[in-house]
Design a protein around this ligand. Structure first.
Ligand SMILES: [Zn+2]
Length: 139
């Protein structure tokens, strides 16, 4: 279990701005809705990550550069880990904050093709996160 915790800790879900995002409920269309610390609205994943970043800032997922709270722009944006062009969906676990430089150089590449080690760590963390969610549901 300690190993699983360490793997999950590598996932940005435990850091700004993600830790400001809380699951609220499933919508009538069974899409997850979230609330963000400092924002009263219930939001879908894309909007929740946008609101959380604009209020709280975050690190670029790829190069770890700190990005202060700001409006999304070419200099700071959201990126799909699994590219949208390859079927990646707007789930919170598939969305990360990236600086403009990394976003442009990653483009539509898959995370493992862009940064092999970071990509593998991410996928391990995601598997561990999902395993933990399944455990929690079957308890
Ligand atoms: Zn970057």
């Amino acid at each position: 279990m300690a190993k699983l915790e360490a793997i999950v800790a590598a996932h940005p879900i435990n850091r700004k701005p993600y830790h400001c995002i809380r699951f609220a409920r499933l919508s009538s269309h069974r899409k997850p809705l979230y609330t963000v610390t400092g924002d009263e609205r219930e939001l879908g994943a894309l909007s929740a990550l946008k609101a959380a970043f604009e209020l709280h800032g975050g690190h670029c997922f790829h190069c770890r550069k700190w990005l202060a709270p700001q409006k999304l722009s070419q200099a700071a944006n959201r990126d799909h880990i699994h590219p949208k062009s390859d079927g990646g969906e707007d789930y919170l676990h598939n969305l990360v904050i990236t600086c403009g430089t990394c976003n442009r150089s990653k483009a539509a590449k898959n995370i493992v093709d862009f940064q092999v080690e970071r990509g593998k760590d991410y996928l391990k963390a995601l598997d561990a996160h999902i395993a933990r969610c399944i455990e929690a549901m079957t308890d």
